[in-house]
Design a protein around this ligand. Structure first.
Ligand code: PMP
Length: 439
C-alpha cells in the first residue's frame, strides 16, 4: 500500500473487507503467468484472474487494439446506431459457436449475459404464443452471476438468501459425488441418473409452464462440479422432448478453458443459448454475450411490426467499440496461437497427470479435472473449514488460487507450461504435509 492511500472507501466485492484490511494483498502489475505484488513477490496466477485471462497477462496486441480503437471511435449510442467493429466481432465470434447459434446479444458482464438470456427465453416463448411458459429451472451449486435473475436460477445459498422473493425457479440436484467419483480423470463415471430429476420437475409443474433450464456445463464457483458422463446429453434430450429451452452458462467454460471453444463443443451437446464473458476479452475489458439460436432470434424479431423495436432490452455499453476491439484482438491471439484447443493436447494431459499425482497425500480427498480446470479437495478430521487458510498459505508461497469451501479451484491461463504445473503441484504437496501430516 502507498502511504497516502487509505482503505476506507473502496467496498470490495465478494471479500471479507475487515480481514482484508488487516492483511491486504495488493497486486501492482501482471505479465504472462505472473502477478507482481507490492511486496516485490512474484505470484503464479493459477486462476487466470477470475477464470478470464486465458491468453496470459499483459498482451501487447490487445493493448494496441484498445488504444487504436479509442482514437478511432471511442463510443457511440448502441440504440439505432451501429459500428463496423460490433458487426465484425459478432461475425468472428460465431465461427466458434455450435452450429445454429449465429446471433450475438452483447452485454457488459456475465451477470448481464444471464439476465439477457433469461429475458430472451421469455420473449421467445411470448412471441410464439406460449406466454404461459414463464418458470425457470436451475441447479444446486450453480452460479449465474449476482443480479436478481441470476441469483434466482443460481444454487449457492449465501448468494440467494436474504434477498427477498426471487423468480419462480426450481433446482436440479447438483452432481458432485465424491463418495462415488473421487479422483476421476475427466468426466466422472457415476451420476447420469441425476438428470432424470428434470423429468420429475417438468411433470410436477407442467412443462407448459417452463420457459428454460439453465446450467453451467461445469460449475466453477460451486467448487468445480463436473457433469457425469452422458448427463448433459440427457438434459438436452429431456428439454427437446418437453419443448423447453436449454441455456448453457459458459462464462467460465468458454474460450479454451476446456480445450475447445465451448463446453458444448467439447461435450457435443447443442444448447439453445450460450452465455459468455471473461475470456471473451481475455479479461482486459468488461464484455459479455449471449449466443442465440437463429430460430429464437428470428421468432422474436419477426413478431413485432416492421419499424418497431422487437426486444426492449439492452445496455448503454452493449457492443462497446473499445471492448469489441479488445475482444477481436483476443480472438486473433486465440486463433493464431491455437489456444482454444491447447488444453486438449499434451499440456492438458500433463495437467491431469500432475494433479492426480497428489492422490494419497494427507488431507486430500479428491482431485478432479477437465481441460485446464482442476480442483483439489481437502478435508479435516473434524470437518472444519480450511479452504481460506490454504488460500492464504498458497499466496505466501507464491500462488494465487480460489477456495470454494475446502475445494481449491484452479483455472490457469491457457498458455501455462509444464514448469508452472510442477510448481502448483509442489506447493500443494508442501501444504498437505505442513497442515495435514500427523506430527
Ligand atoms: N456465470 C458464471 C458461470 C460465472 O462463473 C460468472 C462469474 N464468475 C458469472 C456468470 C457472472 O459473471 P460476471 O462476474 O462477469 O457478472
Amino acid at each position: 500500500m502507498k502511504s497516502y492511500q487509505s482503505m476506507d472507501h473502496f467496498w470490495m466485492p465478494f471479500t471479507a473487507n475487515r480481514a482484508f484490511k488487516a492483511s491486504p494483498r495488493i497486486i501492482e502489475r501482471a505479465e504472462g503467468m505472473w502477478l507482481h505484488n507490492d511486496q516485490g513477490q512474484k505470484v503464479l496466477d493459477a486462476t487466470a484472474g477470475l477464470w478470464c485471462v486465458n491468453a496470459g497477462h499483459g498482451r501487447k496486441q490487445i493493448a494496441d487494439a484498445v488504444s487504436q480503437q479509442i482514437q478511432t471511435l471511442d463510443y457511440s449510442s448502441p440504440f439505432n446506431l451501429g459500428h463496423d467493429i460490433g458487426f465484425e466481432f459478432a461475425e468472428r465470434l460465431v465461427k466458434h459457436t455450435p452450429a445454429g447459434l449465429n446471433r450475438v446479444f452483447f452485454t457488459c458482464s456475465g451477470s448481464e449475459a444471464v439476465e439477457s438470456a433469461l429475458k430472451i427465453a421469455l420473449a421467445y416463448q411470448n412471441a410464439r404464443g406460449k406466454g404461459g411458459k414463464y418458470r425457470f429451472i436451475g441447479r444446486e451449486k450453480g452460479y449465474h452471476g449476482v443480479n436478481f435473475g441470476g441469483i434466482s436460477v443460481g444454487g449457492l445459498t449465501p448468494n440467494r438468501k436474504g434477498f427477498g422473493p426471487l423468480l419462480p425457479v426450481d433446482h436440479l440436484p447438483h452432481t458432485l459425488d465424491i463418495e462415488r467419483n473421487a479422483f476421476s480423470k475427466g468426466l466422472p463415471e457415476f451420476g447420469i441418473e441425476r438428470a432424470e430429476e428434470l423429468e420429475k420437475l417438468l411433470s410436477f409443474h407442467g412443462a407448459d409452464s417452463v420457459a428454460a433450464v439453465i446450467v453451467e456445463p461445469i460449475s466453477g464457483a460451486g467448487g468445480v462440479v463436473l457433469p457425469p458422463v452422458g448427463y448433459l446429453k440427457k438434459l438436452r434430450e429431456i428439454c427437446t422432448r418437453n419443448d423447453v429451452l436449454l441455456i448453457f452458462d459458459e462464462v467460465i467454460c468458454g474460450w479454451g478453458r476446456l480445450g475447445a471453444s465451448f463446453g458444448s463443443v467439447k461435450f457435443d451437446v447443442q444448447p439453445d443459448m450460450i452465455t459468455s464473458a471473461k475470456g471473451i476479452t481475455n479479461g482486459v475489458l468488461p464484455l459479455g454475450a449471449v449466443f442465440v439460436k437463429d430460430e429464437i432470434h428470428d421468432t422474436v424479431v419477426n413478431s413485432a411490426p416492421e419499424g418497431q423495436v422487437e426486444f426492449f432490452h439492452g445496455y448503454t455499453y452493449s457492443a462497446h467499440p473499445v471492448a469489441c476491439a479488445a475482444g477481436l484482438a483476443t480472438l486473433n491471439i486465440y486463433e493464431e496461437e491455437g489456444l482454444l484447443e491447447r488444453g486438449s493436447g499434451e499440456i492438458g494431459e500433463y495437467w491431469e497427470q500432475a494433479l492426480h499425482s497428489l492422490k494419497g497425500l494427507p488431507g486430500i480427498i479428491d482431485v478432479r479435472n477437465c481441460g485446464l480446470i482442476g480442483a483439489v479437495e481437502f478435508a479435516t478430521a473434524d470437518g472444519s473449514l480450511v479452504g481460506p487458510k490454504i488460500m492464504q498459505r498458497c499466496y505466501e508461497l507464491g500462488m494465487s488460487i480460489r477456495a470454494v469451501g475446502n475445494a481449491i479451484a484452479l483455472s490457469p491461463p491457457v498458455i501455462i507450461e509444464k514448469e508452472h504445473i510442477d510448481q502448483i503441484v509442489d506447493i500443494f504437496t508442501q501444504i498437505s504435509r505442513e497442515m495435514f501430516q500427523a506430527k
